[in-house]
Design a binder for this molecule. Structure first.
Ligand SMILES: Nc1ncnc2c1ncn2[C@@H]1O[C@H](COP(=O)(O)OP(=O)(O)OP(=O)(O)O)[C@@H](O)[C@H]1O
Ligand SMILES: [Mg+2]
Length: 270
């Protein structure tokens, strides 16, 4: 099956919090490959915390997270982060004085991936997110926000992870660039069978995801019913159409009445 990541009753509170002050409470879900997931929720609801647990940056002490049926608590987390999980941060986390290509090669070096020609592979990855070699040779500092975000995505793909976690990846981008970045994520899920988990405040991102969740601080994660939402929207559209039809019929009736009145008036005059 395509299930790759399982959260099983995950609870989390920061060390300096009060004993009952949980950020995450009883979060359970199985994420599949081939899908884009959006996790929404108010600021402070625990979205970044959840990504930190999934990426092994924070340790899950209550409940269990498994990747490909192995508990994270039993895995070498550095290796896990450098091979299984790609992370895309809102602030990109690129080294600004290195070129885009150098950033990607560095990531391949850290993950110890065996690639014959790392430079060639870096250029291919950049091309897959719509950046040519010229841009690849430019220092990241001299790329636009949208371009830097593409480099960050290309870098997260450099060791071919199955899961990509993205924290507010379009938070600083305009609507069109957001759509372009979303298309990259959708292609990665639907054509390359990756599991993409995006934390976002953007309704546009949520609308374009395959599954959407709402996270509530200390309360858990609720799955939103996209089908119902669609139906509601469709119901709304149908209701609007019906109202318009009623208006048209009324207008026609009025016109007919007016014409009949005119006719009977002219007959009376005669
Ligand atoms: N290192 C930390 N130590 C203690 N508390 C923290 C720490 N990091 C976050 N928190 C607290 O945990 C809660 C959840 O924070 P988190 O960063 O996960 O929220 P978020 O949903 O990502 O918010 P935003 O949308 O603003 O990024 C907040 O109340 C925050 O203050
Ligand atoms: Mg956050």
């Amino acid at each position: 099956m395509g299930k790759i990541l399982k959260l099983d009753n995950v609870c989390y509170r920061y060390k300096d919090a009060k004993p009952d002050e949980y950020v995450l409470k009883n979060i359970s879900y199985e994420f599949e490959k081939g899908k884009v997931y959006a996790i929404c929720g108010k600021s402070g609801s625990g979205k970044t915390t959840l990504l930190s647990l999934i990426s092994g940056l924070e340790k899950c002490e209550e409940g269990k997270i498994t990747y490909d049926s192995k508990s994270l608590n039993e895995m070498d987390l550095d290796k896990y982060r450098n091979t299984c999980i790609g992370i895309v941060f809102q602030s990109f986390n690129l080294l600004p004085h290195l070129t885009a290509i150098e950033n990607i090669i560095l990531s391949m070096d850290i993950s110890n991936i065996k690639v014959e020609n790392k430079r060639k592979r870096a250029i291919e990855l950049l091309e897959s997110v719509g950046l040519n070699e010229d841009k690849g040779n430019r220092r990241v500092l001299k790329l636009s926000g949208g371009e830097q975000q593409r480099v960050a995505i290309a870098r997260s793909l450099s060791y071919n992870p199955q899961v990509i976690l993205a924290d507010e990846p379009t938070g600083n981008l305009d609507h069109d660039t957001e759509n372009e970045i979303l298309n990259i994520f959708r292609e990665l899920a639907h054509k390359q069978n990756k599991c993409i988990i995006i934390v976002t405040h953007s309704q546009n991102v949520a609308d374009n995801a395959d599954e959407v969740f709402e996270l509530c601080k200390g309360k858990g994660m609720k799955k939103e019913d996209k089908q119902e939402e669609k139906n509601n929207n469709n119901d709304g559209k149908e209701a609007k159409k019906d109202k318009e039809k009623v208006k048209e019929v009324k207008k026609e009736n009025n016109n007919n009445k007016q014409q009949n009145n005119k006719k009977s008036n002219s007959k009376k005059k005669k």
